[in-house]
Design a protein around this ligand. Sequence first.
Ligand code: URA
Length: 268
Amino acid sequence: MAEDRPLNHDEMLSVLDWYRAAGVDLAVGEEPVDRFAQRPPARVTLPNVPGPAGVVDRPAEPLLLGGDPSEARSLAASAQSLVELERLLGAYDGCGLKLRATQLVFADGNPEAEIMLIGEAPGAEEDRQGKPFVGKSGQLLDRMLGAIGLDRTKVYIANTVPWRPPGNRTPTPEEMALCLPFLHRQVELVAPKLVMTLGGPAMQTVFSTSNGIIKMRGKWSDVSFGNHEVAAIATLHPAYLLRNPAAKQQAWRDMLSLKLRASELGLL
Ligand code: URA
């Protein structure tokens, strides 16, 4: 039977170890919050609409908001500026990732930049700070950019999903599909001349392919984001490079290719 006494120091450490082993890596509050109880999905009721003969031809049905890509598409399309898009995305409850994240991680860098980088999803540090690529992989990304004469004043950075997936797992195809209209509108509003994706999931989402990153990286192709067509290239994710330093030479080739294209366009 459990004793009713405060834990001693060693017991507290072993509880923390147990949490860590279970994948808990972030304390977000003193008290547990049951987010399922907290935020039931919003429901709206469609009005009865009289048909041409004055007959109500559509029964009033509850409509479940959220989880619907067409809702995400029309919401994203309505944004006329990046500020508005960020506000709409912050208020959007359709993607379940939001429930477990600390905050929205919308973008970093220069919204007027001609070069845009697209990563996969925020990690723990990004979730804490509300900015993409501010953890260890972000530091490597900064060095990669610096090596070709770029920094965050000359690029704009976003992710395929703007909320941290629990435990840093890869976002599911459904989560990505729900967030994709917002990313497309974000690219359209920034209107960069060049896009670079970072890692396999971002490459597959942006290039709409199931091919692997090793096959696809380093090749330029034109990609449409709404009405904006832009030359895009995929490279390896900095987090992958941290785990596999030998792959840095491939990423370096991709960075040189970005530098060459940027110079040809007079961006560097
Ligand atoms: N990895 C990503 O793909 N995006 C971030 O913002 C941070 C790490």
